[in-house]
Design a binder for this molecule. Structure first.
Ligand SMILES: Nc1ncnc2c1ncn2[C@@H]1O[C@H](COP(=O)(O)OP(=O)(O)OP(=O)(O)O)[C@@H](O)[C@H]1O
Ligand SMILES: [Mg+2]
Length: 235
């Protein structure tokens, strides 16, 4: 049996009267890249935020490496190896690059930061610059770097390509491929469904808080019903 890095069972997330996630199940085998794709408001971020401990689920269970983490607070999950790169990057604009990285790895110290500078030389060069002065692509690298400082075994990426120019999107996907090749399990949430499915082993298509299709990513890409209903025209 494959070891599951993550298992989500019957997950429900809501806000007041809004039922954002309505009973979602999926698994993420250790070492794999799994993508959740779906339109605006489908519930992607709500799922990611529930896994990372940012939002308290209304129901269901979340298992990380077989342990129930449904009610584990976010800071403990970071220490235990589960880290999120939030939607919209959320770097702290008025802190320096290095200060942002320090926030990601209070428990790994300087060693984690040195590894990030090795991977992203531009961040090392700009270490004393305010994060708000970086380009959008550099800020996304900083957001990813801040997560890697914690040396995660599971990384959750929420729309890392959003708002970036095509060449920078290529760079982000290259970095995601490297993270995965280094042995880290990846959950990737994207509106850029086609691109995400090309990078993924397995995909789940979400609509209105429910999974409507799932399967090996290549099969979803080849499925006319999925392509027409959820992936839109090729751009
Ligand atoms: N804090 C909140 N309070 C109230 N409603 C919320 C909140 N966060 C999300 N929602 C609602 O929950 C639903 C799912 O939102 P969610 O952000 O999870 O979707 P998403 O798939 O990440 O969308 P996007 O692609 O736009 O990021 C939407 O109807 C949204 O309006
Ligand atoms: Mg979202």
């Amino acid at each position: 049996m494959t070891e599951q890095a993550l298992a989500v069972e019957g997950l429900r997330v809501g806000y007041g009267r809004v039922e954002a996630v309505r009973g979602v199940d999926f698994v993420v085998p250790a070492g794999s890249l799994v993508t959740l794709v779906g339109a605006n408001g489908a519930g992607k971020s709500s799922i990611i935020n529930a896994i990372s401990g940012v939002v308290r689920p209304r129901g269901g269970r979340i298992l990380f490496e077989g342990r129930d983490i449904t009610r584990t607070p976010a800071h403990r999950l970071v220490r235990d190896g589960l880290v999120q790169v939030p939607e919209g990057r959320q770097v702290l604009a008025t802190l320096t690059v290095e200060e942002n990285l320090l926030l990601g790895g209070w428990h790994t110290g300087r060693g984690g930061i040195a590894e990030v500078y090795d991977r992203f030389p531009v961040l090392g060069e700009r270490r004393r610059s305010l994060a708000g002065t970086l380009s959008g692509g550099e800020q996304q690298m900083l957001a990813i770097g801040r997560a890697l400082v914690a040396r995660p075994r599971l990384i959750l990426l929420d729309e890392p390509s959003m708002g970036l120019a095509p060449l920078v999107v290529d760079e982000v996907f290259a970095v995601i491929g490297e993270i995965r090749a280094a042995g880290t399990t990846v959950v990737l949430v994207e509106q850029n469904a086609r691109r995400a499915l090309r990078a993924a082993d397995h995909g789940y298509v979400l609509a209105s808080g429910e999974i409507v299709h799932s399967g090996p990513a290549a099969e979803l890409l080849a499925d006319e019903r999925v392509v027409q209903a959820y992936l839109g025209v090729e751009t």
